[in-house]
Design a protein around this ligand. Structure first.
Ligand code: SF4
Length: 688
């Protein structure tokens, strides 16, 4: 729309690693500059809201530290000394390194690597085109939600849930292990509407008193990794007191006398010992949930980032099944919608060219992969050349010392395509300047709802920045890779991907702002069953079908005490929930976010602090066999004793050791399908 002074407003969508994928309105001040960013009212889920960090996006897109030219390393690896080079030279060097690696070690020694710095169908996943056509190593993307996704699928069959807009009809919202005040402002908007309009109650279960728990009607604070114990005890109360919906269980689940007998073994007193929640609180919560006709269960990702996370969400999600809330208005449950997006991926990802004989490397295990662990390399050659897009693995991936040691290998060629000189880019041989979402076209999946949100470009690229897809196409040209998509523009590819799935055209999608693909499990009166082959929720899941690491997982919905337990040497359990103004390490470079978050702070219970003579503001060190970090302590009674919390992935430069909290997190794969146990580390604590 035209405005005064040449300012125009453009609708687009947020690309960040956040399930909201908000529809946005962006002021364009000139062909290269933006002004304010607001939420768009054109879509009723994201509903005119957007978070403060994206509202300040002008700070990021016009940041003086943005990369403007391709760079070549001129000093030792990791020293951070670079000289500008031309795009042609940069791409020639990358193509040359890929050709050399393939000639000496085979095509699978090249590992194109992508992560969630941008979630676009093309700008994130488009790197797969080069991978598949050239038969380079494939990637299993596990770093975010794989444990939760596996646990959800174990019961429901697919990663889909009830429409979260159903919250509007709920009388009780049970927010389990998530913090939407910090991470999903849109979801909080719907919760607040239900509270205002229906008098709905918000119950929050979490391992620390998050801003969402602060806002709750009922706060349930448990020890990390014990969620399933609480869920089991709640289900046992419902069964014992005749509040389970046996007609629903018989029609839509595999519940039987054996499952019932197993659940009934778990009392509130038993769960109190494990969770730290008093037994009477557990009893009251169980009665409140089982006694409510309209209760919506929203599972967050936080509690699933644990070695027992898949088993935990499976047990927690069974709560909504046991009381039959799926068939009632305002009922059902939701985690993430990662299944059923329908887009035709033949052109966006060259999915028509996948060679199933090529190995798959686990994104989360980049440390073990690059340092040559045989199992992590899946029996194939060492990785000798990489192109990394949307990935700051030096700070974000687990076991950061190992990751950095791998990236710093003298015999490994690394190209990083980024917007800023991140710690990962600083370890690269060649650095390429990347566009932001405002400078390219793409489509995003609303993983926290069920619509594709459409992101047309708003301004011209910054400096010489190029989009991820443009880099992939230029490299393909140099490498002789042939695929129909390499000769197409981004808009042509996205248009074909929509049309191929019967979702209309790009022009129609841009005009609408969203495309609802309907990938929900209908709830309430429309409920007909779960997306399992027989339509039944599984209390007895087939874990082995969900990944290679299922050994020892419980046969029936259970508390599985498989965590990195506290020991005499490492007596504290550490969780690392998100900070409000960062998103992983994105936004850690913008002044507004840095100012708001300040220096990293370790939250610890006053009892633990007193035992070690620690006061707020004192410098402390926490560590384990993987590493240690130094930061300021802050006394906080919103944790169970023995639990520590550090909010946000502050960049390594914020710590005296030059490395951040993920140095303490293990890279061992989470059962059954992989993933990272970010909130499951045992550590020691001492004054610095
Ligand atoms: S980061 Fe999340 S909440 Fe913020 S604008 Fe993007 S999608 Fe919306």
């Amino acid at each position: 729309m035209d405005g005064s002074l040449g300012i125009t407003t453009h609708r687009t969508a947020c690309p960040h690693d956040c399930p909201s994928a908000c529809v946005l309105e962006v002021e364009r001040l000139s062909p290269t500059r933006i002004g304010r960013v607001r939420g768009s009212h054109s879509y009723d889920y994201t509903a005119g809201t957007c978070c403060a960090k994206v509202a300040r996006y002008a700070e990021r897109v016009h940041h003086p530290d943005r990369l403007t030219h391709p760079l070549l390393r001129v000093g030792a690896k990791g020293e951070g000394h670079f000289a500008p080079i031309s795009w042609d030279e940069a791409l020639d060097r990358i193509a040359g390194a890929f050709r050399d690696a393939a000639a000496k070690h085979g095509a699978q020694s090249v590992w194109p690597y992508q992560s969630g710095g941008n979630m676009g169908m093309l700008q994130r996943y488009g790197l797969d085109r080069l991978r598949h056509v050239m038969r380079y190593s494939r990637q299993k993307s596990t770093i975010c939600i794989t444990p939760g996704e596996s646990g959800w699928k174990a019961g429901h069959g697919q990663a889909r849930g009830a429409d979260p807009r159903g919250i509007a009809q709920a009388d009780l919202i049970l927010m389990w292990g998530g913090n939407p005040v910090t991470t999903q402002v849109n979801l909080m908007h719907h919760i607040q509407q239900a509270r205002k309009q229906r008098g709905a109650k918000l119950v929050v279960v979490d391992a620390y008193r998050s801003p969402t728990m602060e806002a709750a009607d009922i706060a349930v604070l448990l020890r990390p990794g014990t969620d399933a114990a609480l869920a089991l005890a709640m289900m046992a109360v419902a069964l014992r007191e005749g509040r389970a919906d046996h007609a629903f269980l018989a029609a839509h689940t595999d519940f039987d006398a054996g499952v019932q007998a197993h659940i009934l073994l778990h009392t509130p007193e038993w769960a109190a010992e494990i969770t730290g929640i008093p037994a009477e609180e557990i009893l009251a919560l169980a009665r409140l949930y089982a006694g409510s006709d309209r209760c919506f269960l929203r599972c967050g990702v936080g509690f699933t980032r644990s070695r027992n996370g898949a088993a935990s969400i499976h047990a927690v999600s069974a709560l909504a099944v046991l009381n039959g809330s799926w068939s009632k208005p305002g009922g059902g449950a939701f985690f993430y919608a990662t299944d059923g997006w329908r887009m035709d991926t033949r052109l966006t990802q060259a999915s028509d060219r996948i060679d199933s004989a090529t190995r798959i490397l686990d994104q989360s295990r980049i440390g073990p992969v690059l340092t040559g662990e045989t199992a992590a390399l899946a029996g194939g050659p060492p990785v000798m050349a990489m192109l990394m897009q949307n990935a700051n693995s030096a700070d974000v991936a687990p076991d950061s010392h190992l990751v950095r040691r791998g990236l710093a290998r003298e015999d490994l060629f690394v190209a990083v395509h980024e917007q800023f000189l991140t710690p990962t880019a600083a370890l690269a041989d060649v650095v390429l300047p990347a566009t932001t979402f405002l400078e390219h076209d793409d489509i995003y999946r609303g993983l926290g709802h069920t619509a594709l949100t459409i992101g047309p470009r708003v301004i011209e690229p910054w400096g010489e920045a190029r989009s991820n897809s443009a880099v992939v196409a230029r490299l393909a040209q140099r490498l002789g890779a042939e695929h129909e998509s390499f000769g197409m523009s981004d808009v042509e590819i996205l248009d074909a991907a929509l049309q191929g799935a019967g979702l209309g055209t790009w022009a129609e999608a841009v005009a609408a702002g969203t495309v609802d693909v309907g990938n929900r499990i209908p709830a309430g009166a429309a409920f007909q069953g779960f997306p399992q082959p027989d339509g039944r929720f599984r209390f007895k899941p087939d874990w082995a079908a969900l990944g290679p690491y299922s050994a020892g997982m419980p046969a029936v919905a259970s508390y599985w005490p498989n965590v990195e337990a506290a020991t005499a040497e490492t007596p504290f359990r550490l969780i690392t929930p998100p900070a409000r103004s960062f998103l992983n390490t994105s936004f850690s470079e913008t002044p507004g976010s840095r100012k708001r978050e300040g220096a990293p702070v370790l939250l610890l219970h006053p009892e633990d602090a007193a035992a070690q003579g620690i006061a707020t503001g004192m410098q402390v060190r926490i560590g384990n066999a993987r590493g240690s970090i130094t930061l300021a302590a802050k006394l906080f009674d919103g944790l169970r004793p023995g639990v520590l919390a550090l909010e946000g992935i502050h960049p390594g430069t914020a710590f005296p050791e030059g490395i951040g909290v993920n140095a303490l997190v293990g890279a061992d794969p989470v059962a059954p399908g992989g993933g990272v146990a970010f909130h499951d580390s045992a550590v020691w604590l001492r004054p610095a």
